[in-house]
Design a protein around this ligand. Structure first.
Ligand code: NAI
Length: 254
């Protein structure tokens, strides 16, 4: 897989950065995108430190909610590397812990923009490029909330159910054209997105009771989710498409 290039949206932190570190260490070129230059450059230094066999790392400032910017981002990757082999549509937000009756519509719109339209824009231009070059592999970040109802997370769950729908349907559209499209459904994983929710402002929402929702009784580590993503990206999963892989400490088995 050396000389190949992977685009990872929201790749400057959490699960996305863990994927970038693993791929760069395997000699694969990585392009991470995100909204903040300082955070992106800091992640880039970490990735460059582990990069192997001349693997290149780049940061592109990009907001996945802007379709034109997403189109340009894919074009920039192709300009520089000549192709796009793999993509991880990872950028996502969870901005509210609330029942629907108490929730703020603007928060839901923001989640729809990032988690649904953002993934849709990325898939659209990534798939166009992969079809031109005869193949590729895409992994979208779904969630246990994309497969189940989750109390106090109805709006977020709706966006992640949409990611599952985009993943499975597009996988069927392109299965015979060499473009594989899969998803990962992590359980609660120790990253910024969870840290913000465990800030102590809600006594009912803490690490112990989030852990207890998972049969392994702990949160996942970003590296554990990244391992599953790397497998789905790679030729080791060459006969797998349209699959949503649970990486959730047993949550889905309940
Ligand atoms: P994170 O907050 O560290 O990573 C999300 C990244 O996306 C951040 O770097 C953020 O700046 C970026 N981002 C957000 N909006 C963006 C936009 N409009 N344009 C570009 N970048 C944007 O959190 P984490 O956990 O690594 O999240 C990665 C993905 O995994 C998300 O899609 C999340 O919904 C999903 N996920 C996370 C779980 C968890 O418990 N941490 C569980 C299930 C799914």
């Amino acid at each position: 897989m050396s000389n190949q290039v992977t685009l990872i949206t929201g790749g400057a932190s959490g699960i996305g950065k863990a994927v970038a570190l693993k791929l760069a260490a395997q000699g694969i070129n990585v392009v991470i995108s995100g909204r903040r230059d300082d955070v992106g450059q800091a992640a880039l230094r970490e990735i460059a430190a582990v990069a192997h066999s001349g693997a290149q790392a780049r940061f592109l400032r990009n907001d996945v909610t802007d379709e034109t910017a997403v189109k340009d981002m894919v074009a920039q990757v192709v300009n520089e590397f000549g192709r796009l082999d793999m993509a991880v549509n990872n950028a996502g937000i969870s901005n509210e812990i609330s029942t629907i009756d108490q929730s703020n519509t603007d928060n839901f719109r923001a989640m729809l923009d990032t988690n649904v339209l953002g993934v849709y824009f990325c898939m659209k231009y990534e798939i166009q490029q992969m079809l031109k070059q005869g193949g590729g592999s895409i992994v979208n970040l779904a969630s246990i909330a994309g497969l189940n109802g989750i109390p106090w997370a109805g709006a977020y769950a709706a966006t992640k159910h949409a990611v599952v729908g985009l993943t499975k349907s597009s996988a069927l559209d392109h299965a015979a054209q060499g473009v594989r499209i899969n998803g990962v459904a992590p359980g609660a994983t120790k990253t910024d997105i969870i840290a913000k929710q465990l800030d102590g402002s809600d006594p009912n929402y803490n690490e112990a009771n989030i852990s207890a929702m998972h049969p392994m009784n702990r949160l996942g580590k970003p590296e554990e989710i990244a391992d599953a993503i790397c497998w789905l990206l790679s030729p080791a999963s060459s006969y797998v498409t349209g699959h949503i892989l649970n990486v959730d400490g047993g949550f889905q088995a309940k």
